[in-house]
Design a protein around this ligand. Structure first.
Ligand code: UDP
Ligand code: MG
Length: 335
């Protein structure tokens, strides 16, 4: 992957990395860092880092980050060259995180940092991913809650893998889970879907999402629609199959219709030329749809191939430890 990453080996890995993408968060950032620091210290002592990514903010976010980082060696600040959007900003933070466990959190304090403690507990019990699942959304409009609810349910119907309902990116991951995520090279990134895709042991932690501490949401309807499209097209080729389904349905229907026009012709109730014309239109129309469907099938497969995701993720191997390396080698040879 040709993504610039900071040197991972300059010091020992901290026990925890907190990664937060920030876009125009000048008002809330110091309070965010204060609360995150508090909860980190309570959970892992001094062995933590806070990776803040400035995603091309138009306000003073970057200069605040620089100050915070200058005064606290735990804070790593990354400045992206422009606004890339939440998912890419988060990706850059994740690729630069060095911790043994990684907490993904929004910088607007909608996800309470204090939930780190119960998340760490669940991870101690063996989970690879502990994701926050929202019970209710405070301070969000009915419209937003409703569209979000509909979106997650549509997504679930279209996509083969199980993407948990009402879940954002707020989650704690183990290093090995993050390594898998970082090894997925796709350009369009829908991170919560990619995490679901990799399997391993993933458990929910129910929580109430609070209102924004300050500033306003950078996710207007247009961005939400784009995220929804990324999610659906990234994890499903069902839309490409619509032509096939329509083609088959129309084909059946046109056979009935052709039968009807033939009968009309035989009983002499049809205008001259109507029978042949109608049959031709019906048959050509449904044939075209079916052929488009075939194109869709191949296109869908090519699309899946171009993602170059790992073929599989191994959870554990018992008995022959070297199989894991063999599997990794096969994996590389295949790609
Ligand atoms: N964010 C970002 N780049 C963007 C938009 C948002 O890095 O282009 C960050 C933002 O600072 C916040 C997180 O992503 O930490 C979630 O954004 P927001 O709160 O606006 O989304 P919402 O919670 O309303 O879904
Ligand atoms: Mg928010």
């Amino acid at each position: 992957m040709s993504v610039a990453t900071l040197d991972r080996h300059d010091s020992m890995s901290p026990r925890l990395s907190v990664v937060a993408p920030c876009y125009n968060e000048e008002e809330g950032l110091p309070e965010f860092v204060r609360r995150v620091t508090e909860t980190c210290v309570a959970n892992v002592g001094a062995s933590y880092e806070i990776v803040l990514v400035n995603d091309g903010s138009r306000d003073k976010t970057w200069s605040i980050m620089q100050n915070l980082s200058a005064n606290d060696p735990h804070i790593v600040a990354i400045n992206l060259s422009r606004n890339y959007g939440h998912q890419i900003a988060l990706t850059s933070g994740l690729q630069n995180a060095r911790g043994e466990r990684i907490l993904i959190i929004d910088a607007d304090l909608q996800d309470p940092p204090e939930l780190l403690a119960p998340m760490m507990e669940k991870m101690d019990e063996g989970a690879d991913v502990v994701y926050g699942q929202r019970r209710k959304r405070e301070g969000e409009t009915l419209f937003k809650s409703l569209t979000a609810a509909i979106f997650y349910r549509v997504l679930r119907r279209l996509v083969d893998i199980e993407i948990p309902l009402d879940t954002g990116d707020f989650r704690l991951m183990t290093r090995r889970a993050l390594d898998v995520l970082n090894s997925m090279p796709e350009q369009t990134r829908f991170i919560r879907g990619m995490v679901s895709w990799m399997g391993l042991k993933q458990v929910p932690l129910m929580y109430d999402r609070s209102a924004r501490f300050a500033g306003e949401t950078a996710y207007p309807l247009s961005k939400m629609v784009r995220l929804a499209f990324d999610a659906i097209t990234g994890f499903s080729i069902t839309p490409l199959r619509i032509a096939s389904y329509l083609g088959v349905a129309m084909g059946g229907l046109s056979l009935v219709m052709v039968g009807y026009t033939l009968l009309s012709w035989m009983f002499g109730s049809a205008v001259a030329g109507w029978t042949s014309l109608t049959s031709i239109v019906l048959l050509i129309g449904s044939t075209q749809l079916m052929v488009l469907g075939m194109f869709g099938e191949y296109l869908g497969r090519m699309y899946i191939e171009t993602k170059r995701r790992p073929l599989y993720v191994v959870d554990s191997v018992i008995g022959r430890a070297h199989i894991a390396t063999e599997a990794a080698l096969t994996q590389r040879a295949a790609s």
